[in-house]
Design a protein around this ligand. Sequence first.
Ligand code: GCW
Length: 653
Amino acid sequence: MDVHAAWLPDQAWRAIGSRRTLVRGAGDLVETVVDEVARACAQHGGLVCHQAWDHPGVFDLVLTLAPSDDGFVMSRADGVTAVRAGTPAGLLYGLFEVVRRGEAAFGDDLPAEAHRPARPRRMLDHWDNVDVHPVMGQVERGYAGGSLFWRDGALRDDLSRVRAYGRLLAACGINAITVNNVNVHATEARLLTDRLADVAALAGALRPYGIRIHLAVSFAAPVLVGGLPTADPLDGDVRRWWVRAVREVYATIPDFGGFVVKADSEGQPGPFSYGRSHADGANMLAAALAPHGGVVHWRAFVYNHRQDWRDRSTDRARAAFDHFAPLDGQFHDAVILQVKYGPMDFQAREPVAPVIAAMPQTRLAVEVQVTQEYTGQQRHVCYLGPQWSEVLRFRLTDRTVAELADGGLVAVSNAGDDPFWTGHPLAQANLYAFGRLAWDPAADPAAILDEWIDLTFGPDDPGLRRTLHLMMDESWRSYEQYTAPLGVGFMVRPGHHYGPDVDGYEYTPWGTYHFADRDGVGVDRTRASGTGQTGQYPAPWSETYESVWQCPDELLLFFHHVPYGHLLRGGSTVIQHIYDSHFAGAAAAAEMRRLWREVVPGGLVTAALHARVSERLDEQVRCAAEWRDQINAYFFRKSGVPDERGRPVDVRK
Ligand code: GCW
């Protein structure tokens, strides 16, 4: 299969590959560095020496493994670019930094510049099933073909693509990966035991790029695969079973990273079945993993998915805080609590999850969704760098979310066996941006997009760069504009979650409601008259969100139920904003397509890539118009308020 090179086309290696490089140091990842440079030199005519200590003068690039700390230091003087790294992985990241800079790495002198990842673990979760699931398929919420790892119940025979994937991930700084779905079904539960060899094979394919394997495990594994009568975390046999299972894993995969667990969530087993707490559950696994250096990512996505829609006192947005905040201080050091960035579920717009501020004594990772379940399913252009950046920079307390997330950033991958990796070729930018933000949460998403454009399409086409920025910089906001308004969320088709269905979830047990009636819309989460979720935030946010006048417009309907005539801070009424934003969002999608039509295929914009993007844009334009018309018609019919600009907001008679 002809697989797209993504952000590592041969051309991106020209600056290095046409020069003379010296690599100093030893170790597996140093071999990878040497191999990478050799491969570039084979393409572009340069040369690479490994540990030629006595000829430093004749090199343009010197990559040195020297004792220091993590990360790397890059500098340029006397015509030589130097990268000094503390670890072999640091050397690899330094090499990729030189790739990113291209010719610029060999231009002016550069005073020593230190690069250090914000957090040691930068992790991707794959929701890949080994067996094809009857409802969710090979990859749950996957929009890029099949799994890179599994096919029809087995490990893929040829892992060369897994290796290529690892290379792409290393090039944007990712160093940990979970290879199976957090919803652990029967076959997948066995990856921990009799199918461990499959996991070891994947670890082998990814190891040369410094990526450690993690496994999603079933909390009920002692029962499901161990034959024990219980999975009670305080039961001695159960604890010993886990210790033994973990010992076996490390005997097979010495650099194994650890477990990811979705417990007591959407039907997955967990400690609640045994009357135990999530600290009991997580700590049992941590105790088994810690002696080997492993960790357990324990997900905080615990809520009642069988609630009665008539019950107004239950609020899904409260759940993570209510379950976990009281447990702060009780978790083992090897537990990382993995929290979705918002209190609901990866919507295009949510406030940040208040539990992130409520657990100062717990290591906490923030989870985002690169796979575009709720943001256009890789049929829509939706560059999410700006969303994640906004979340990471948000000052929830006197610290930002990135500072509070001392366990780092985790994302659900959007990659599959599609020739373009991500279905929509432009969705590659999301995967790349996730890695870069996990490395440096302060990075500017527009600058990350520039890096991605330079690498993927080459740095020499200012017209293309401009077009891609025009299409992508605001694409998340455009998506927000033509979908559910003002932070209320959902309004998607139940089940597959694509396209509009305003009342699709309104009378279901999932806890995702908008409460629109003839007078108004939104969820009252205030302390004064609603579910009190605003009270989970620290000051000043608890006050800001409580006040209908201070609440930011984009979150108004997340926190408040207001009349359609309510005046937004931006000056228009809620109903008029709904109309305006939906017309604007759908128009923005049409404008993206117009811009792309002006791009002439050629160079790295191959005809196949151009056609794929065009086809997806047709669908985006269609779908955005569908959203616009359903949302506008729905709220016109509820409210009876016409558009003040006289545009058609309901089907013409
Ligand atoms: O958003 C929901 C998805 C589920 C997913 C769940 C989770 C893996 O619809 O498909 O299950 O989140 O995060 O666990």
